[in-house]
Design a protein around this ligand. Structure first.
Ligand SMILES: *[C@@H]1O[C@H](CO)[C@@H](O)[C@H](O)[C@H]1NC(C)=O
Ligand SMILES: *[C@@H]1O[C@H](CO)[C@@H](O)[C@H](O)[C@H]1NC(C)=O
Ligand SMILES: *[C@@H]1O[C@H](CO)[C@@H](O)[C@H](O)[C@H]1NC(C)=O
Ligand SMILES: *[C@@H]1O[C@H](CO)[C@@H](O)[C@H](O)[C@H]1NC(C)=O
Ligand SMILES: *[C@@H]1O[C@H](CO)[C@@H](O)[C@H](O)[C@H]1NC(C)=O
Ligand SMILES: *[C@@H]1O[C@H](CO)[C@@H](O)[C@H](O)[C@H]1NC(C)=O
Ligand SMILES: *[C@@H]1O[C@H](CO)[C@@H](O)[C@H](O)[C@H]1NC(C)=O
Ligand SMILES: *[C@@H]1O[C@H](CO)[C@@H](O)[C@H](O)[C@H]1NC(C)=O
Ligand SMILES: *[C@@H]1O[C@H](CO)[C@@H](O)[C@H](O)[C@H]1NC(C)=O
Ligand SMILES: *[C@@H]1O[C@H](CO)[C@@H](O)[C@H](O)[C@H]1NC(C)=O
Ligand SMILES: *[C@@H]1O[C@H](CO)[C@@H](O)[C@H](O)[C@H]1NC(C)=O
Length: 400
């Protein structure tokens, strides 16, 4: 009887041991090995010589699929992602019509039947407000917005699979507004803060406002973003909390603007960011400033198509949601203090990357939690084995 109880206890110990091993495995087996072959093409096809508005096409070919990243400065800067189920889908542009910005269907991804999903992000406006009472609420003293479609954009400066686009508004006294797009062949982490984790299915887009003379000493900024899609546009923002901030010090949150089918949990596409911006060109903890977003609101598809040449060309009925990203909280230094503001996000298809603990944190956890558990286990097993041997000897003694 007693022996059976002992056996059962030992069984429980063994199950516990297996669970522990399983947990360790699931913590350590991370990383996504999916790789893509990248090829970069500026203004694909035969484009007539002209003054402004570049179109960058990065083909990212996977095993059986292709992701087309299209970044365009014809009008408001726009990034379009098209995911196809074929490894040889192509992008064709009817340049004369495309530049006329008057009809849809002038940029096509073919074969059309291979398109699984598409999503786009348009940077439509930059708002500046005079935060006289340091509340960081853009309720009053809002200056007329800078319309990004009316900026003068430089030609795209390519290096590898990243591209730099800078522009100026007619009313900027000094300074520039720049975007940097990076497309990746495989999983990795951004080199500078906020060190976002990316995969082969996402691209990183950074934005900064450098050296612009503010219209007031106490100016702060808002950036208006529009997410455009076909059937399932990005429509809600989920904020996830984490107990770990090792990659982005002091930031324990990640925000995800996602699209999903009829509110199901499967995410088709996303924009992901950490709610932090930086007030220096070399981002560091000291110059971090929090940012906040407003809830996505449905916007006029016609307005966004008028602002962005790429949206007009690709979507016939753009479904659009917009939100404002505001930088700085009450009490934070104003733009004037450094005349620099920079922010980074990811745009991708499928589920957003999830940060996991680094090997260092895992090692600390293993030592901190593992040591007592191992002691407990070894102790438990020892007691089991001892009891069982004692029991068996006791069981045989009376016979002898
Ligand atoms: C690619 O597609 C083919 C045919 O559709 C299929 O047989 C194959 O398993 C797929 N390969 C991968 C890696 O998904
Ligand atoms: C891709 O192109 C090759 C030839 O160029 C063709 O044989 C193949 O069927 C194409 N595959 C798809 C999925 O269209
Ligand atoms: C756009 O197209 C409409 C009709 O298709 C035409 O009336 C209009 O002039 C065009 N606008 C431009 C700028 O080409
Ligand atoms: C700033 O505060 C003053 C005094 O509290 C108030 O009268 C004024 O309306 C406030 N200004 C703004 C823009 O909120
Ligand atoms: C921006 O450009 C649009 C279209 O060209 C024009 O209607 C609008 O007035 C411009 N806005 C500013 C502030 O210049
Ligand atoms: C392009 O970018 C590189 C670094 O990213 C920079 O050194 C170079 O001056 C830029 N070229 C132009 C024409 O802006
Ligand atoms: C604009 O930039 C130049 C060069 O950096 C500087 O000399 C000038 O003072 C700036 N102008 C203003 C109004 O800040
Ligand atoms: C990227 O996309 C491919 C193809 O859809 C998929 O197999 C892979 O799991 C995805 N990777 C991530 C990290 O989402
Ligand atoms: C920026 O701030 C400094 C110090 O507060 C001030 O002297 C300067 O006039 C401000 N610049 C502008 C453009 O308001
Ligand atoms: C989503 O809802 C629409 C109509 O509300 C329906 O036609 C469609 O089949 C639904 N899709 C899924 C995946 O449930
Ligand atoms: C962004 O903020 C400005 C100013 O408050 C507002 O006019 C605009 O509608 C907002 N945009 C979105 C998409 O919420």
């Amino acid at each position: 009887m007693a022996a059976a109880v002992q056996l059962r206890l030992c069984g429980v110990f063994l199950i516990f041991l297996f669970c522990l091993v399983g947990l360790c495995q699931s913590l350590f087996s991370r990383g996504d090995a999916y790789k893509r072959q990248l090829s970069v093409e500026l203004n694909p096809g035969s484009r007539p010589a002209l003054t402004d508005g570049d179109l960058l096409h990065v083909r990212a070919v996977g095993n059986n699929d292709t992701l087309h990243f299209l970044f365009c400065s014809l009008g408001a800067p726009t990034l379009l992602l098209v995911h196809t189920s074929s490894s040889n889908s192509t992008v064709t542009v009817d340049w004369l019509q495309f530049l006329a910005r008057n009809t849809s269907g002038t940029l096509k991804v073919e074969p059309e039947s291979s398109i699984l999903y598409s999503t786009a992000v348009v940077f439509s406006r930059l708002w500046e407000y005079n935060d006289v009472n340091d509340t960081a609420h853009p309720t009053s003293e809002l200056f007329p917005p800078y319309e990004l479609q009316n900026f003068t954009w430089s030609h795209l400066n390519l290096s590898g699979s990243s591209a730099l686009l800078c522009g100026v508004a007619a009313t900027f006294v000094n300074g520039t507004l720049c975007f940097q797009l990076s497309v990746f062949a495989s999983e990795g982490r951004g080199q500078s803060l906020p060190h976002l984790l990316h995969s082969a299915n996402s691209s990183q887009l950074s934005w900064w406002l450098d050296g612009v003379l503010p219209q007031a000493t106490r100016s702060r900024f808002l950036l208006e973003l529009q997410a455009v899609g076909g059937a399932y546009p990005l429509s809600r923002v989920d904020v996830h909390r984490s107990i770990d901030d090792e990659f982005t010090p002091s930031i324990f949150k990640v925000s995800q603007w996602v699209s999903s089918m009829n509110g199901s949990s499967e995410v088709l596409g996303f924009v992901q960011w950490k709610p932090v911006a930086y007030r220096q060109s070399n981002p560091a903890l000291e110059n971090a400033t929090p940012c906040r977003h407003t809830e996505p609101q449905r916007q006029s598809g016609e307005a966004v198509a008028a602002a962005s040449g790429l949206i007009r060309a690709f979507y016939s009925e753009p479904q659009t949601f917009g939100l404002n990203m505001s930088f700085g909280l009450a009490g934070d230094p104003f733009y004037n203090s450094t005349k620099f503001l920079g922010w980074t996000m990811l745009v991708g298809v499928g589920s957003p990357p999830v940060d996991s603990f680094s090997p260092m944190v895992l090692a600390i956890m293993a030592v901190g939690l593992g040591t007592p558990m191992i002691l407990l286990l070894v102790g438990g097993l020892w007691v089991c084995i001892r009891k069982m041997t004692v029991d068996s000897t006791i069981a045989y003694e009376p016979i002898n």
